[in-house]
Design a protein around this ligand. Sequence first.
Ligand code: SF4
Ligand code: SF4
Length: 326
Amino acid sequence: MRDTWPLLEEIAFPPIRRGRLDTLQVNVGYRCNQSCVHCHVNAGPHRSEEMAGDVIDAVLAFLGGRRVSTLDITGGAPELNPHFRRLVIGARAIGARVIDRCNLTILEVAGQEDLAQFLASARVEIVASMPCYLEQNVDRQRGKGVFDASVRGLRRLNALGYGREETGLVLNLVYNPQGPELPPPQDALEADYKRTLGERYGIAFNRLYTLANMPIQRFGAILVAQGEFGRYLELLQQAHVDANLKQVMCRNLVSVDWRGHVYDCDFNQMLDLPLQNRGRERLHIADLLATEVEGEQVRVAGHCYGCTAGQGSSCGGALKSETAAH
Ligand code: SF4
Ligand code: SF4
């Protein structure tokens, strides 16, 4: 697979400094029961990298020690990490809000039959990918049969109270475009999703997050192979909105990889650009406990236009409606 970093590195991006840390986003491993076309982690069933128990302990120590309000757990399919439930229970016990980036089909994988119930009991917020409300588009991007399995997963979560305002069990969906284009306006698409999924399948959810595809990893390699990389980057750059710089997620988030190393965001993690702190490279989450990163410079390059183009894009959806979405 062609690495897009040499192309991205040459593209200038406005400087960003870190603000107050409020979210720890932890990638607990690359193993996944799916192998989606756009996956920026190159996750799949054959990846074996996963966060070990001692790193999970360091994450919990950091959350408690620094009073970080939100733990955002991602993967791969994070639930496949054998320490996943311990991490969730530990984080909830110290009062953190916990988000699980769940692919929905994992709810049907053997050994995960009680997962939905576990998430509901621990009051974990679920963010689930649903790149379209049309079966054909979802199956093309995420694999055959994924749409039907996702619908079954959503119904199961609804039955437990997820996605209904009165229960407080939050179920947010994520949309990303099929190809090299910007996502449509988030609020209008959310209304379409709510109407279509509600009418056709009886599914309810809280918010829809629209995210731009990042020109890195699997999606970046496809762009290069199809000769579309330059055009997509130009599209992102032309749509850049300066005001989005104030809200990009790297201002308030630290991303942790499966080994415990820290990065400014999940995308920098995938590009192997470690968070820089006073000239030190490769900080570990255990070192971060005694390290202040507020005010530090974020490592930016061409891919960052994926966060600032148009309505903006973050792990909490479009930036212009960030306060409502996250
Ligand atoms: S479900 Fe998510 S982590 Fe798994 S392959 Fe698809 S995009 Fe990647
Ligand atoms: S890609 Fe990462 S570093 Fe760049 S703007 Fe987005 S969140 Fe910040």
